[in-house]
Design a binder for this molecule. Sequence first.
Ligand code: ADP
Length: 278
Amino acid sequence: MIDNPASPIVDAESPQGYFHGKQLFSKLECCAFERECYERQKQLERLAEELARSNGELELFASMASHDLQEPLCTITTYLQLIERTKANSLDQDSRGYLKFTLDASKRLRDLIDDLLTYSRVGVKSSNFVTFKANVAVEEALTSLAGAIAESDARIEVEELPEICADSHRMVQLFENLISNAIKYHSGSVPLIRIGAERQADRWVFHVADNGIGIEKHFQERVFEMFRRLHGNEIPGTGIGLGICKKIVEQRGGKIGIESEPGKGSKFHFSVPDEFPC
Ligand code: ADP
């Protein structure tokens, strides 16, 4: 229920009228005003219900579509790989090139489907809340990224992090996305990534900071939009990762943001408020 912010104040001196601000309303006008407020509130509640229903349907659709697309794509990729393994030598140079383009495209499509599926899944509110030390989630994310870390020689410094109450699987996913971006969008020098947390009034604010290429001010809000990519296809990606991060943080009642300077690096921060009881 939304409190009626404009409820009239009775003027003791003037029983036939009501004050609202500096204006004097008649009883009749007040009744009409209250009725209008009530009707608008009901209309808002109906719209909110409708929006929640339509969001739920969209998420279900994305989840089913991604799931059903995975199977034929898997068959296509398997047979292309089979051709590559067994017939590549008998193909001319052009055909080998076409085969490579097709395999690269099927890999991009698989990444896109996986990310869409993840995005639609994190739309569903989690009920898997547990209390755990955030370092455990970071360690798990680093284990999944071991290959990329070794390949890039990235140096990762992790502070002592607090205990939080959250969906641990989603927290791993969140750190994994932020750390893998910090590696991916490096500036050419060895990636240096710092992960920490600081206490603010009623919340923990975590950060993942890098020394990468950075993001210009006017793009800093927009990178959380779906499919928003600032860099071309030379750096692989689907443009969904930060959208997933935003959803995970907001589902937990927090906010995500960036401080960044092009050429110097980026610091992604997200909050985990206390008010969510485990
Ligand atoms: P992608 O799959 O393209 O990495 P994301 O949603 O994770 O998608 O990120 C959106 C865009 O934000 C990226 O394409 C990139 O341009 C920019 N970006 C994300 N993280 C960083 C970072 N740490 N440093 C610089 N740019 C970044």
